[in-house]
Design a protein around this ligand. Structure first.
Ligand code: NDP
Length: 286
């Protein structure tokens, strides 16, 4: 079998066109969805992600601003800054770019963002709502994956979804969302014994380890759907996923490429969440 490519860049473009229409409608009502991103320090990857979010916001007519703070910023100063943004009615979404410097408690920061403005979907209140299947801001990468699977008519109900990875931002929440879609879910991680026994059983295989080209065709069930979340930079500067693309694609029925796969969908869902936040404010008449 040779897999069909699930191209996230193309789908993201389509979804963003729809979102631009929603922004226009909100603007007609006097509301411009606004995202504020806080970045601390000089990490080049974080800076590039933040610029990407700003550009994507502008492209669909949303407004955004970046608050760039030095890595010496104290936790209290950051919490005060977030408190101001929580109270600012023109700010609909707040995102603190992770990772944070070691002297700042990441969990404390996540919990200080108002759940109504937590467009990353990392606040425990929003995670709780996701787990119980209630409306909330879904974490952007898993939300993007589910959106992609649905757009490509991948049936999830009753299927065995195997997830390699259990991080709070990707592995755990994508497992929960697949469970909410009635898949049977198995989580694997670095302590899993005989990993490939599980990968070979997967109807839907989610790769979120950050291990370049680790999963090859012989580890994959014939006809499986593979979503490759991994982003790994090789020595020559190129990017690759967790799958060895040629051999995995030869076995799978559908597969996401890296790049142009999950990445563009992640930012798209951030935009979607921010628009949702802006709509929430309008619903209570603010
Ligand atoms: P983490 O490093 O937080 O988590 C990696 C997970 O993979 C852990 O649960 C770890 O297990 C597991 N793991 C690592 N090595 C192995 C192994 N050899 N066998 C089985 N499991 C293993 O990463 P993230 O979840 O943040 O990200 C995962 C990947 O996805 C990265 O490449 C990242 O760059 C990419 N990413 C892509 C995004 C996108 O938009 N496309 C967004 C976010 C991330 P354990 O828990 O036991 O340590």
């Amino acid at each position: 079998m040779t897999a069909t490519e699930m191209n996230g860049k193309e789908l993201a473009k389509k979804v963003r066109t729809d979102l631009a229409g929603e922004v226009l409608q909100l603007k007609e009502k006097g509301i411009t969805p606004h995202l504020t991103v806080i970045i601390i320090g000089d990490d080049p990857a974080s800076k590039s992600y933040v610029r990407g979010k700003e550009k994507a916001s502008a492209e669909i007519g949303m407004s955004s601003d970046i608050i760039a703070l030095p890595s010496s910023t104290s936790e209290q100063d950051l919490l005060n800054q977030i408190d101001d943004l929580n109270r600012n009615e023109t700010v609909h979404g707040i995102l603190v770019q992770l990772p944070l410097p070691d002297h700042i408690n990441e969990q404390q920061v996540i919990e200080s963002i108002s759940p109504e403005k937590d467009v990353d979907g990392f606040h425990p209140v929003n995670i709780g709502k996701m787990v119980t299947g209630n409306s909330t801001f879904l974490p952007c990468t898993p939300y993007g994956i589910i959106t992609m699977l649905k757009a490509h008519d991948v049936s999830m109900e009753g299927k065995h979804a195997v997830i390699l990875g259990r991080s709070n931002i990707v592995g755990k929440p994508i497992g929960q969302l697949l469970l909410n879609e009635n898949a049977t879910v198995t989580h694997c991680h670095s302590r899993t014994e005989n990993l490939t026994e599980y990968t070979k059983e997967a109807d839907i295989l989610i790769l979120a380890m950050g291990r370049a080209n680790a999963i090859r065709g012989e580890h994959v069930k014939n006809g499986a759907v593979i979503v490759d979340v991994g982003i790994n930079r090789l020595e020559d500067g190129s990017l690759t996923g967790d799958a060895d693309f040629p051999s995995a694609a030869a076995k799978a029925s559908k597969i996401t490429p890296v790049p142009r796969g999950v990445g563009p969908m992640t930012i798209t869902m951030l935009l979607k969440n921010t628009i949702k936040a802006a709509k929430g404010l309008s619903a209570v008449g603010k």
